[in-house]
Design a binder for this molecule. Structure first.
Ligand code: DAH
Length: 361
């Protein structure tokens, strides 16, 4: 019996001395494996007389259980230790910059949008938003695009699979092709007077130096009882002069066509090309900058507003386009390539203020 006690002490000591799972497995095999010390003693039971065999058998089984228990306890401790070590060495400090040598910057789209909002806010406009997934009504019909009108094709619309509308009817869904859709949402839900701007993403299936399938527009809408074309011209002239920081910036309005405005116009700003470089202001060239006009009576009617009582103006421009002109960015596609070198060059610091040199008096 004392043999067994001695053996137990010896094995338990080696178990506790095992410093990793591999060492522990070796100890287990040496004790309980086919040729292990406990197994050898088991084998010797055959030569004993029955009385001794029973006693010895019970003692050996107990020993086996005890050793197995010791090994399990040790294994659990070793696993915990291993895990602790891994947690220590594989620790990630999530607050550290993954690439300390590189710094993010504010994208020109965000900066330009902020600048535009700042100028219009000074003129009393508030910011409105609307959904990017639209139906045919908000994108076309309510904006006075007749059915089958070629202007619907002009927009290179991305259509989505039809989905049931609130009445369970299959309805056309699309990615909005312009922010003019938000004119409709606002007029349906808000009583005039209305004075909003709408910065947002728009989508058209087109891709080259001056087109990307996703781009940004800024829409404007003013509805009240007295606003007229003179207000429209003044408002947009002030905007362009402040945005480009050129006090005497020449502007002109050319007649144009949009289904949702009557009359419609396109606004140009004066510019010059010197040594291949575009300069805003002065010069003898004109650069188209935006579309605008007086809101068509049909659009007001489609939104439940009486055109006999109310009138107003609207305008829309591409945010990338005005950013490219102001900051001399030649290729629209580069806005969305996430090239850190491009961002470092054209991006803005977090403390840069919206750059609107000529502010409201
Ligand atoms: N929605 C037009 C476009 O995407 C831009 C536009 C033109 C908006 C004239 C207007 C407007 O509100 O009056 O091409």
């Amino acid at each position: 019996m004392s043999n067994i006690e001695a053996l137990k002490k010896e094995i338990v000591e080696t178990v506790q001395a095992a410093n990793d799972m591999q060492a522990l497995e070796t100890v287990r095999v040496q004790a309980l494996g086919k040729k292990g010390k406990v197994t050898d003693l088991m084998k010797s039971l055959g030569q004993m007389d029955p009385e001794q065999r029973r006693e010895m058998g019970q003692a050996l089984n107990r020993l086996k259980d005890e050793i197995t228990g010791e090994i399990e306890t040790r294994a659990a401790a070793l696993k915990r230790k291993e895990l602790d070590e891994r947690l220590q060495t594989e620790k990630l400090d999530m607050t550290l910059s993954p690439r300390p040598e590189q710094q993010g910057s504010i994208h020109p789209i965000s900066q330009t949008t902020e600048e535009m909002i700042t100028i219009f806010a000074e003129m009393g406009f508030t910011v409105a938003e609307g959904p990017e997934i639209e139906d045919d009504f908000h994108n076309f019909t309510a904006l006075n695009f007749p059915p089958e009108h070629p202007a619907r094709q002009m927009h290179d619309t991305f259509y989505l699979p039809d989905a049931p509308d609130s009445e369970g009817e299959a309805a056309t869904r699309l990615l909005r092709t312009h922010t003019s859709t938000v004119q409709i949402h606002v007029m349906q839900n808000q009583k005039p007077p209305i004075r909003i701007i709408v910065p947002g993403r728009t989508f058209r299936s087109d891709y080259d130096m001056t087109h990307t399938p996703m781009f940004h527009q800024m829409e404007g809408l003013v509805i009240d009882k007295t606003s007229h074309m003179g207000h429209l011209k003044h408002c947009l002239t002030v905007f362009c002069r402040k945005y480009f920081g050129v006090e005497e910036l020449p502007v002109r309005f050319r007649p144009s066509f949009f289904p949702f405005t009557e009359p419609s116009a396109e606004m140009d700003i004066g510019c010059a090309v010197n040594n291949g470089k575009l300069e805003i202001g002065g010069g003898n060239k004109w650069m188209e900058i935006l579309g605008c006009g007086m809101v068509h009576p049909n659009v007001l009617k489609n939104c439940g507003i009486d055109p006999e009582e109310y009138q107003g103006f609207a305008f829309g421009m591409g945010i990338e386009r005005v950013a490219m002109l102001k900051y001399g960015i030649p290729d629209l596609r580069t806005f969305f390539e996430s090239d850190i070198r491009w961002l470092r060059h054209y991006g803005f610091g977090p403390s840069d203020q919206p750059n609107t040199a000529l502010r409201a008096e």
